[in-house]
Design a protein around this ligand. Structure first.
Ligand code: ATP
Length: 252
C-alpha cells in the first residue's frame, strides 16, 4: 500500500509537486500519466526516498518513510527511468551488491539472483561487466535489482522504454502477477495504450496536481466524455493542440 498525504516539492519558488493526496491499496496497479514536467518523476523519487519532500508524508505498507526510512525502503522496489548500473560490476555482482544494501545475502539470495537473471535472459551475461550491456539489458538488470529483496511495493518510472517486445511483455506479466499476489504497483508512462491496458486505476497529473483520478469509467464520468479513449481524456484534461493551432503552425 502507498499513501501520500499533501505531498509537496518546491524548488525555490517553483512548485513541482503541489499537495498530492493518493492512496493505492494492495493488489492494485496504478498508473500515473501527465505531460512532460507535470511532476511524475519528482513524485516517484519522493516515494522512493531519493528526494526529500518539502512537506507532506509518504507511507509504504503503513510505514512512514520519514520516521522509519530503512524499514519503509525495505518494502519498496524502485525502477527509475534511466538505468544506472555500476560499469565495473558484472550483472550478478550488481544484484548481489543491491541485495547487500537490503541486508540480504547467502544461498537464498544467490538462487533469487539466478532466477531473475534467467527470467530476463541475462544468464549467459551474468559474469560479464555491465559496461558491455546494451541499454535494454541494463534496464532488465535494474528491474531485477528492484525485485531481488522481494518488495511489497514497486514504483516504476516509464518501464517499457528501451525494452524489446518480448521483455516488455514479460514485465507486464510480471507486474500483473505481482499485484495479483497482493503487491502494489505505481507506474508512470507516456504510452496511453499501456496505461489503458494494464492499470486498474489512473491519475492524470498536471502542474504538480492530480487533475483527475479513478478507473477508466470513473475518468470518463468525471470528464463527461462517454466512450472517449484515454488519449481524448488526456488531451481534454491537459490541453492538446487544436486543429487551428496546428494549421497556423504551417501558415506562411
Ligand atoms: P517527464 O514526463 O518529462 O519525465 P515529469 O512529469 O516526470 O516529466 P518531473 O521530472 O517530475 O516531471 O519535473 C517536474 C518539474 O520540476 C519540471 O518543471 C522540472 O523542470 C522541475 N524540476 C525537476 N527537478 C528539478 C530540480 N532539481 N530543480 C529545479 N526544478 C526541477
Amino acid at each position: 500500500m502507498i499513501e501520500l498525504t499533501d505531498l509537496t516539492k518546491r524548488y525555490g519558488k517553483f512548485t513541482a509537486v503541489d499537495g498530492i493526496n493518493l492512496t493505492i491499496p494492495r493488489g492494485e496497479l496504478y498508473g500515473l500519466l501527465g505531460p512532460n514536467g507535470a511532476g511524475k518523476t519528482t513524485t516517484m523519487r519522493m516515494i522512493a526516498g531519493i528526494l526529500r519532500p518539502t512537506s507532506g508524508r509518504v507511507r509504504i505498507s503503513g510505514i512512514d518513510l520519514q520516521d522509519n526510512p530503512l524499514v519503509a525502503k525495505n518494502k519498496l522496489g524502485f525502477i527509475p527511468d534511466r538505468p544506472f548500473v555500476y560499469d565495473k560490476l558484472t550483472g550478478a555482482e550488481f544484484l548481489r551488491f543491491v541485495a547487500g544494501l537490503y541486508g540480504q545475502g547467502g544461498p537464498e539470495i544467490e538462487r533469487r539472483i539466478d532466477e531473475l537473471l534467467e527470467l530476463f535472459e541475462l544468464g549467459p551475461w551474468k559474469d560479464e561487466l555491465t559496461e558491455s550491456y546494451s541499454h535494454g539489458m541494463r534496464q532488465k538488470l535494474i528491474i531485477s535489482s528492484a525485485l531481488v529483496h522481494r518488495p511489497e511495493v514497486i514504483v516504476v518510472d516509464e518501464p517499457m522504454v528501451g525494452l524489446d517486445p518480448k521483455s516488455a511483455r514479460l514485465l507486464k506479466d510480471l507486474l500483473r502477477e505481482f499485484v495479483t499476489r497482493g503487491g502494489t504497483v505505481l507506474m508512470s508512462t507516456h504510452t496511453l495504450e499501456i496505461a489503458e491496458g494494464m492499470c486498474d486505476r489512473i491519475a492524470i497529473v498536471q502542474g504538480g496536481r492530480i487533475a483527475a483520478a479513478g478507473t477508466m469509467d470513473e475518468l470518463r464520468y468525471q470528464t463527461s466524455s462517454g466512450g472517449a479513449s484515454l488519449e481524448e481524456l488526456f488531451l481534454k484534461l491537459t490541453g492538446g493542440l487544436s486543429e487551428r493551432e496546428l494549421s497556423d503552425l504551417f501558415e506562411r
